[in-house]
Design a protein around this ligand. Structure first.
Ligand code: PMP
Length: 450
């Protein structure tokens, strides 16, 4: 097909995710022909630095020789088979590796096929655990304001981003929402590097009052991603672990976005030295090649489901593509790459480069904050620094910067007024520098004030 044919059919028949399709009148989707490391290449040969790892999934770059080989080798054996009553080596090896590496005492791995599905699984596991453990009143979930856990109805119910959620409110679960951390506009006037997370008081109070009804608290550890890469300190997670222990409530860690090295450690919970009761993983798990997710559970949770069939205690959740062998083979290869290559150690020069650029961004009169955790960095734009006044969302500053950056050869996908960077962990230094330079230029062109 020619480029025009692709675009014509796309315009007539496709419906893209998280998109007002009418925007495509102004900015048609870009047909991609191939990928090369941190670059996407379109059908005309134009190149774009993938500054957001293609929605935070790509870990080691596109078209990666080791991952390509792992995929091909598995495809030549079998692409997929039913995972109920059957098993396979890649799933076994993946489970063994994840259990060995995961924070805390997680011993069981349940496989699903996307992040939202993992969140649904974790919520259902927690719910059913309490039903089967003599605590049938524990049926409600707690999440934080500005949380994002996916778009399916259960996952959306524990979300806190109104943009994605408001219209569906009448069909969502009845959950509790606690005021979460807001380090950029800290109501206590503190700095995230030095504080003791007094903002935890909201969650603390809620759980202390309502623990009899609460099955679990779910959070995105250290970075609330979709809300604009809102970074908060590890002490919050330490307090959360303690709180959940005190009141017998599960701690569900949604590391779908932050897992697999993004924060500088393999898992974000490691920064706090704690482990959850249920851990949701996806996105980078296959290096960004195929959909796969995993929910890791403690042996205690698992045992509440283990009994004679007639007790009807089994976890009867399933997806057709559960345990897909191609995806599992890729996930095993991702873990081998982490084990054999100095991916995490080599983040240091990359984070140093981000920190050097941070100095420059912070000088700009429309930058309210440049924040970073591991290789995730965000520039929060403000209409006025004094008072941290945001640009009205209707002005779509982020979208305008997105379009300018595309012209210059970089894929940024700002979240409202936040430009962020979540590149592949092994992005070459010169490419990262180029990405930051393009973001800077796009921002200055749109907002002035260099
Ligand atoms: N949880 C978090 C923290 C996420 O960032 C996302 C995706 N952005 C999800 C869950 C949902 O994952 P998926 O898009 O694969 O359903």
């Amino acid at each position: 097909m020619t480029k025009d044919q692709i675009l014509d059919i796309d315009r007539r028949h496709l419906w893209h995710p998280c998109t007002q399709q009418k925007d495509h009148e102004l900015q048609p989707p870009i047909p991609i022909a191939r990928g090369e490391g941190s670059w996407l290449v379109d059908v005309d040969g134009r190149r774009y630095i993938d500054g957001v790892s293609s929605w935070w999934v790509n870990l080691f770059g596109h078209n990666h020789p080791r991952l390509n080989r792992a995929l091909q080798q598995q495809a030549e054996r079998i692409a997929h088979h039913i995972f109920a009553g059957f098993t396979h080596e890649p799933a076994a090896e993946l489970a063994q590796r994840l259990v060995a590496l995961a924070p805390g005492n997680l011993n069981r791995v349940f496989l699903a096929d996307n992040g939202s599905a993992a969140v649904e699984v974790a919520l259902k596991m927690s719910f059913q655990y309490w039903q089967q453990s003599g605590r049938p009143d524990k049926i409600r979930f707690v999440s934080l304001t500005e949380a994002y856990h996916g778009e399916t109805v259960g996952a959306l119910s524990v979300g806190g981003c109104d943009l994605y959620r408001d219209i569906y409110r009448p069909m969502l679960l009845d959950t509790f929402q606690a005021q979460g951390p807001d380090c950029f506009r800290c109501p206590y006037g503190l700095s995230r590097d030095r504080c003791d997370a007094p903002c935890f008081e909201h969650l603390e109070r809620l759980v202390a009052e309502r623990h009899r009804e609460i099955a679990a608290v779910i959070v995105e550890p250290l970075i609330q991603g979709a809300a604009g890469m809102r970074i908060y300190p590890p002490v919050y997670l330490r307090k959360l672990r303690q709180l959940c222990d005190t009141w017998q409530v599960h701690y569900i860690a949604d590391e779908i976005a932050v897992g697999f090295g993004r924060t500088g450690k393999l898992f974000a919970n490691e920064h706090a030295g704690v482990g959850p009761d249920l851990l949701c993983l996806s996105k980078g798990i296959t290096g960004g090649y195929l959909p796969l997710s995993a929910v890791l559970a403690t042996e205690d949770i698992y045992q509440a489901f283990y009994d004679d069939y007639a007790t009807l205690r089994a976890f009867l959740h399933s997806h057709s593509y559960t345990g897909n062998p191609l995806a599992c083979a890729l996930a095993v290869e991702v873990q081998k790459i982490f084990a054999e290559e100095p991916i995490l150690a080599d983040l240091a020069p990359r984070t140093a480069l981000l920190d050097a650029w941070a100095e420059r961004f912070r000088q700009h009169p429309r930058v309210g904050e440049f924040r970073r955790c591991g290789l995730v960095a965000a520039v929060e734009l403000v209409a006025r620094q004094e008072g941290k006044i945001p640009f009205p969302w209707q002005e779509r500053k982020g979208y305008a910067i997105y379009r300018r950056a595309l012209e210059k050869g970089a894929l940024l996908r700002p979240l409202g007024n936040v430009i962020y960077f979540m590149p592949a962990l092994n992005i070459p230094l010169d490419t990262l520098d180029q990405l930051l330079d393009i973001a800077w230029q796009a921002m200055v062109e749109e907002l002035g004030g260099a």
